[in-house]
Design a binder for this molecule. Sequence first.
Ligand code: RIB
Ligand code: CA
Length: 399
Amino acid sequence: MDSNQDIFHISRRQFVTSAAAVLATGGFAREAEAITASFGEPSAQAKPDSVTDRGPFRVIIDTDPGVDDSFALLLAMRSPELKIEAITPVAGNVPLDLTLPNALRLVEIAGRTDIPVAAGARAPLMRRLVTASYAHGENGLGGAVFPEPTTKPVSTPASELIRQIVRKYPGEVTLIPIGPLTNIATALNSDPELASMVRAVVMMGGSLSGGNITPAAEFNVYVDPEAARIVFQSGIPITMVGLDVTRKVTLTDEHVRLLEATQNPAGQAAAKIGRNAINHNREHGYLVGPNMHDSLAVAGFLDPSILKLQDYYVDVETTGELTAGETLGYSPIAGDLRRRPGMEKDATNMPIRGSAPTLASIKTSPVLRDKFVPNTRVAVEVDPSKFFNLLIGRLSGNK
Ligand code: RIB
Ligand code: CA
């Protein structure tokens, strides 16, 4: 998508601090043994436990509201299976000065001001912020206008609140990032033991079948590839709900009509945002309504039967001039999701390896892996009708 990218200047201090943090913590150093261990036992991530048989599940939702984030947050706040310990806005779709008040508006609309909201990062770890206001409207809600929130965020910064909550409930908290991963990576960088205490990460982000902001990269990973790599290399059991499936769940006029018929404020707000977003897309020449990227990640956690997951080793391109933010997946089992129908089936996928060495270096790939050590369960198929039944049903108060 062309984008009227907003480039925000970050201060030198911010740049140096975040760069040093990334390099100093060896966040990339956590390797196969941690990953194998997390896959060595039935982990929450193997089948994010069906919440209907256990729960409530403690979760933290990290978000950049955002049209589809709004649907995800409203769904989560109307789902009794989730104990939302915090909502942590981050800069992404629009700057933090908008994602923070948008998150506060949504907890007020949903009647959930019991949930602490903590302000997160204003910029990626090592890059200038690129936003997606071309897709989410200047205010981040598709242009839908709601009153200024009266609720205030907590004073604790997002990454510190994430750290405190995970340490308070070791092994119980699932992180659900649905925006750039800056807050999550900052929390992991601040406390080297933290990754071992996180139950799982269920993220909207990445793609093994091409990008949406560049041919290679999905937006959340594109904005902060370094943060994404820290998360993928952390050893935490990860479920990646990427464009491979989220492209298949597009909001339609019919969905909005169902929401407009509801009486509850959350459904009404979703209808207003959805209507504005569909109109925005039409005015800007998009053929379809907004994709429900983020609420699919939440719904897939609520009901794992909505998604089919497949083990992959996933890594992130962080240095490409044209490909930074690309997520590459290797799975000798599943093959390459890039194959379009009718293309030759590869016997196996290619192991991930670094680029050819330049004359200035003799090493080939610092990331070559010659054996399959999965670090992520990638969503490869989705049941769209089951998803929308859950999403619209919950938002319209019928479920
Ligand atoms: O690529 C889709 C993702 O980018 C979604 O999280 C959407 O909200 C945007 O942040
Ligand atoms: Ca988002």
